[in-house]
Design a protein around this ligand. Structure first.
Ligand code: SF4
Length: 245
C-alpha cells in the first residue's frame, strides 16, 4: 500500500496549492480514510476551513488530553458551530491514565523529561495511534518556515512512525499568509494567540512568550530545547513535536 498510494499522491500533488492539494487527496482517497489532525492551531483552522468547503462530512480529529486551556475548548465549540461538523475527540484510555496518575501524581511532567514524555504518550501519542490506524493518510498543518527541523518536510511523505501517508498542504505558506487567510475568511481562532501565546498546547505546559522569542519558547519551557518534543511528528528520523497555535 505504501508505495502505491505514496507514489500516486506525490504525482497528483506535484505543483498543487493548498486547496488543490486537499481537492486531489479527496479525489484519490475515500473521505473516510482521510483524517485531518487538528490541534486548533491557526494552520489547522485553515485546513478545517478548506476541508469543510470541499466535503460535507470530513473526518477531523482532535486530541483532548484533559489538560487543555478553556479557550481551546471554546475554540472547538465555535469551530463546530461555524462549520457544522463534530470533531472525533480522542481521549486517553481511562485505565492507563489512572495507573499513571496514581503512580506519579497529576503534575508529573515538571519532575523529569521521562515523566513528561510518559504523560505525552498516555494523553497524546496512544490516542493518536488509535485514530491513525483507521486512515490511509492524515492532513497536517506543518509549514517549512516553522522550524529548522521542518525545512526538509514535503507536501506528501511517508510517516514511518505511524505507517500512513502524511500530507502537508500548507508546507510552503508563511506565517503572514496564514494570518491573512484567517482574517480574510473570518475563521475562528484561539484568543490566546492575541495574548502572547504563538504555540498553544496543554495549559500546564504552555506559557506566553516575550517579543523576539521563538514560536515554541513557551512550550515545556523548563526543559532543554532538544527535549521539547512530544512525538507527534517525525522528520528525517527526528521527532519534531506538535504545534498548537
Ligand atoms: S503537554 Fe504536558 S500535560 Fe499535555 S500531555 Fe504532554 S506532558 Fe502531559
Amino acid at each position: 500500500m505504501k508505495n502505491d498510494l505514496l507514489g500516486k499522491l506525490q504525482h497528483a500533488l506535484d505543483g498543487k496549492d493548498a486547496e488543490g492539494t486537499v481537492q486531489e487527496v479527496l479525489r484519490i482517497l475515500p473521505a473516510d480514510r482521510l483524517v485531518l489532525a487538528s490541534s486548533l492551531s491557526v494552520e489547522d483552522q485553515v485546513l478545517t476551513h478548506l476541508l469543510c468547503a470541499l466535503h460535507p462530512q470530513p473526518r477531523i480529529f482532535t486530541l483532548d488530553t484533559g489538560r487543555l486551556f478553556p479557550e481551546t475548548y471554546a475554540t472547538m465549540e465555535r469551530t463546530m458551530q461555524r462549520y457544522g461538523f463534530r470533531y472525533e475527540i480522542l481521549a486517553p484510555e481511562t485505565r492507563e491514565l489512572e495507573v499513571m496518575l496514581r503512580a506519579h501524581g497529576p503534575n508529573l511532567f515538571y519532575r523529569s523529561v521521562e515523566l513528561r514524555k510518559l504523560c505525552c504518550a498516555v494523553r497524546k501519542i496512544h490516542p493518536l495511534r488509535r485514530v491513525l490506524a483507521t486512515a490511509d493518510a492524515w492532513l497536517c498543518g506543518l509549514r517549512r518556515e516553522q522550524s529548522v527541523t521542518r525545512r526538509s518536510a514535503q507536501r506528501v511523505e511517508w510517516d514511518a512512525a505511524f505507517g500512513l501517508c502524511k500530507i502537508n498542504p500548507l508546507i510552503d505558506w508563511t506565517e503572514a499568509q496564514v494570518g491573512e487567510y484567517i482574517r480574510r475568511n473570518r475563521i475562528p481562532y484561539n484568543p490566546l494567540h492575541d495574548q502572547g501565546y504563538p504555540s498553544i498546547g496543554c495549559a500546564p505546559c504552555t506559557q506566553a512568550v516575550q517579543p523576539g522569542d521563538s514560536l515554541r519558547a513557551g512550550r515545556w519551557w523548563w526543559e532543554n530545547p532538544e527535549h521539547r518534543e512530544c512525538g507527534l511528528h517525525v522528520q528525517g528520523g527526528k521527532i519534531v513535536g506538535d504545534r498548537r497555535p
